[in-house]
Design a protein around this ligand. Sequence first.
Ligand SMILES: C[S@@+](CC[C@H](N)C(=O)[O-])C[C@H]1O[C@@H](n2cnc3c(N)ncnc32)[C@H](O)[C@@H]1O
Length: 336
Amino acid sequence: MLSDRVRMDAYYNSIFRNKSHFLDKVVLDVGTGSGILAIWSAQAGAKKVYAVEATKMTDHARELVRANNLEGIVEVIEGSIEDVILPEKVDVIISEWMGYFLLRESMFDSVICARDRWLKPTGVMYPSHARMWLAPIRSGLGDHKMSDYEGSMDDWQYFVKNTKNHYGVDMSILTKPFSEEQKKYYLQTSLWNNLHPNQVIGTPAVVKEIDCLTVTVEEILVVTANVSSSIIKEETRLCGFSGWFDVHFRGSKENPAEEEIELTTEPSEENGTHWGQQVFLIHPPTHVCSGDDLNINFAMSRSKENHRLMEVDLGCEVKQSSGKLLQSFKHKFFIE
Ligand SMILES: C[S@@+](CC[C@H](N)C(=O)[O-])C[C@H]1O[C@@H](n2cnc3c(N)ncnc32)[C@H](O)[C@@H]1O
């Protein structure tokens, strides 16, 4: 993460190009890790920075703070933000909480909790806004994944036959659950990918907008959207969808940033991030042309077994410009 230049530059610029938000202010860094954001906040003029971290990374953060002569300003506190008691309310909450496709890992819940407990009514959030995007893509990965799945089922059939012949036990009753498990692994689990912008074949659509100052946990438990996208490539294959996010540092309405900074994880040739994009593959691909319209139904919720992971229901209708319905499908995916 510390070597992700896009991420580092965005946070650095958001702080140092908006020093008035930090000068003589009290700052809370939620999940300080190595302490980098707390240190930058202090260097930008904060009079006090509370740097809260749940893990033993606090040992390194303290060392880093001391080595940069900021121990008079940055106070590293070990503990969960949900449990920590601060001696005062703060002017700024800064945090790098974003997971894959923004919400995987659900760390934003902790930032909302910190905001509700510790941010002054006039305070600002860094970042202040977030958006989730979805776009149709082309990719060769779907064919690979399908052939991996078929290979795995061939191996299973060989195993079932051998076990019957050599050991006298018929395992075929387990073929259905095995196949479902393999399908989930190869075909329904979203993939991490840094896509080339050329692989995006239709207009991207926003599926969620978040104001970090006002959003509640209830509002991010489930993300649903019905959006459209138009195919922009001449003739191509619709192989699936890609999800990514951006966040903005623009202060608040009452206290706007001097310079708005954006951190985007969209497909990019030169500015890829460690978040990449999440890819949801559809098999078989559908042949589409420029001007075809997609009507996409998207629903993302938290997995019941592990609330840090996500389940996605993705439905799509493909319509030609003549209005003729080409295809419609609905698939379930897992962001693990
Ligand atoms: C993505 S890292 C960011 C680290 C650092 N702020 C940076 O930008 O390099 C998130 C950090 O938040 C910590 N964290 C997650 N949930 C937390 C919580 N509820 N309370 C305190 N720390 C938390 C994690 O242990 C991790 O170190």
